[in-house]
Design a protein around this ligand. Structure first.
Ligand code: PMP
Length: 395
């Protein structure tokens, strides 16, 4: 008899990386010592890998809303949305999000991951789902849970998408699935191209706005707003763990679709609902997003400056006008080494290696927030300069 746990005993990659001194994951934050500072292993580090783009996780308004909701409702809901876990706060948030994104209705879930899983009932056995090759793990899992035929188009390749739509079963419903801003590489989907193909083929478009809703577009409504194409999106998913500075997620779309998901999505039916402090913080964040466009202008300006300075140093740094700057390294080991050197320099970034990114496309992901100061950007650039020279990645 083989031991079912044998795979765990033989898997030692984390130990090998740790022994080589290049293990970038699960470093516990002991305390948040400043807006962009954390203490890890007794050292104070500058955080440059957080998705808190608008710096709303520490904003006094989100914190006060969360604290008040904690006092009113307690720490948890102890029930699913379907049964005893729907709060008036969830409904208020759903109405606010639907209105914000120009959709009829919304369903709030406990995480952004669950918002994407909640899509799976839409992906029926008589549908073809055509998805970008770079979509997030949670969307891939939604596709696996759904019953639609799955086809993947090469990243942002409109000709390929067009061919896959042409080749779909004639009787199938068509759904295109992609992200507004891609999470690891920080680039945007080609929404004008996708919108055109969706209209030509009568396909529905589902867009994950996890990283872009709140920060992109003149109204902060995400990539679709950036392109002036909000009406092209039939269903949006989003998360509160990035621009909204808390936890939770939502699906927005037509009333009949959201009703269907409320009664068919296992995430809404069989998992406890979003705790009140998170729902209240998300509501407060939505108000800030609606009323303070200067926050997104600020974070985008900081990202623009940092991207330009990293590129000037000689790094292959992506510059797509988003708060995320991928620094492309290529192979896994040099990427882990760069992450480690930056960590030693006191800057906390994210190492993205396969299978999170394609083989040979490892990168260090830097993300900035509206609260990063000019001096902090200088520190990030200095750390990259020192680390990059030590590793001979730059001259
Ligand atoms: N979609 C995308 C594109 C993401 O990057 C993420 C989180 N990394 C999620 C969904 C899941 O969001 P959450 O962290 O709220 O579960």
């Amino acid at each position: 008899m083989v031991d079912a746990f044998g795979k765990c005993l033989s898997w030692r990659e984390d130990e090998i990386a740790a022994r080589m001194g290049v293990y970038p994951y699960y470093h516990a934050i002991e305390e948040r010592t400043g807006l962009n500072e954390v203490r890890v292993g007794g050292r104070t580090l500058l955080m440059a890998g957080s998705n808190d783009y608008l710096a709303l996780s520490t904003d006094p308004r989100t914190k006060a809303a969360a604290a008040a909701a904690l006092r009113r409702f307690g720490a948890g809901t102890s029930g699913s949305r379907l049964t005893n876990g729907t709060l008036a706060l969830h409904e208020e948030l759903e109405a606010g999000l639907a209105d914000f994104l120009g959709h009829e209705a919304a369903l709030v879930t406990s995480t952004g991951f669950q918002a994407n899983l909640a899509l799976s009932p839409l992906l029926g056995p008589h549908d073809t789902l055509v998805a970008d090759q770079h979509i997030h793990a949670s969307l891939i899992d939604a596709a696996r849970l759904g019953q639609a035929r799955l086809r993947r188009f090469r990243h942002n390749d409109m000709a390929h998408l067009g061919r896959l739509l042409d080749a779909a079963e004639p009787g199938d419903g068509l759904i295109i699935l992609t992200e507004g801003m891609f999470s690891t590489t920080g680039d945007l989907c080609d929404l004008p191209g996708i919108g055109k193909l969706a209209a030509q083929h009568g396909a529905r478009l589902i867009l994950d706005g996890a990283h872009d809703i709140g920060v992109l577009g003149p109204g902060g409504r995400g990539a679709a707003d950036h392109y002036g194409q909000l009406p092209a999106v039939d269903v949006h998913t989003l998360t509160f763990s990035k621009c909204f500075g808390t936890l939770g997620g939502a699906v927005t779309g037509p009333e009949r679709v959201i009703r269907y998901l409320r009664h068919h999505s296992r995430a809404a039916i069989f998992s406890a609902s979003l705790p009140a402090p998170c729902a209240a913080a998300a509501l407060a964040a939505l108000e800030v997003i609606r009323t303070e466009p200067e926050r997104r202008r600020r974070v985008l300006a900081i990202a623009e400056r940092l991207g330009a300075e990293l590129a000037a140093l000689g790094f292959d740094a992506g510059r797509d006008g988003t708060p995320t700057i991928p620094v492309h390294v290529g192979d896994t080991l040099p990427c882990l080494r760069l992450w480690t050197e930056l960590f030693e320099e006191g800057v906390f970034t994210n190492a993205m290696v396969p299978p999170g990114v394609p083989e040979g496309r490892a990168l260090v992901r830097v993300a900035v927030t509206a609260a990063h100061t000019g001096a902090e950007v200088d520190r990030i650039v200095d750390a990259f300069a020192a680390a990059g020279r030590r590793l001979r990645l730059i001259d």
